[in-house]
Design a protein around this ligand. Structure first.
Ligand SMILES: [Zn+2]
Ligand SMILES: [Zn+2]
Length: 180
């Protein structure tokens, strides 16, 4: 072998080694990139899945499902202002559009007649007052608010309640609102 050839073969070997190393580096880079892409995809799909889950939750935050195939409940409501029983008119919510919350007779029975999915928010006592066009808050009923003349109290089936307009009605509830 001539010195030149020897040198060349050494150079060739070194070159081959470098090429091999470069190819290995390249493969490692690809693997790392693939891993990173896969992790990214997993994180993104997890994130999108979570967002989908949140936006498609019928029971998410305050939208608790009470019934999936409707309901027909009849809670009873009595209102006393200074011990005087207040009449609750017939046909609240059914003159004009038929509201799922309504009265039929002046018998203090609230009709909750709902179809399909029913949410907790749909059956709050405050909803009935909204349909009726009257005021109920934790401190006011009609035009009477807590002051030196009286305070608003609520009882459900004989038990004191502090839920007022937020109260979720149930079938056959006896709800009493007293201002005195
Ligand atoms: Zn009805
Ligand atoms: Zn009914």
């Amino acid at each position: 072998m001539s010195p030149d050839a020897n040198l060349n073969s050494k150079q060739l070997k070194r070159h081959a080694r470098r090429l091999k190393q470069q190819r290995l580096d390249h493969r490692h880079k690809l693997v790392r990139l693939a891993k990173r892409t896969l992790t990214g995809t997993l994180v993104m799909s997890g994130l999108f899945g979570f967002i989908w889950y949140l936006t498609n939750q019928p029971s998410g935050g305050g939208r608790k499902v009470i019934a999936r195939a409707g309901l027909h409940w009849h809670p009873e409501l009595d209102i006393y202002l200074n011990n005087l029983r207040q009449a609750i008119p017939a046909n609240i919510g059914i003159s004009g559009a038929h509201n799922p919350i309504h009265t039929h007779a002046a018998d203090n029975v609230i009709h909750l007649e709902m179809s399909g999915l029913v949410y907790a928010d749909d059956i709050r006592l405050g909803e009935f007052f909204k349909v009726w066009g009257q005021t109920l808050t934790p401190t006011c009923i009609f035009k009477q608010c807590n002051d030196s003349a009286g305070t608003l109290k609520m009882f459900v089936n004989g038990q004191p309640s502090t839920e007022f307009d937020q109260y979720q009605m149930h079938d056959k509830d006896k709800i009493e609102l007293r201002y005195d």
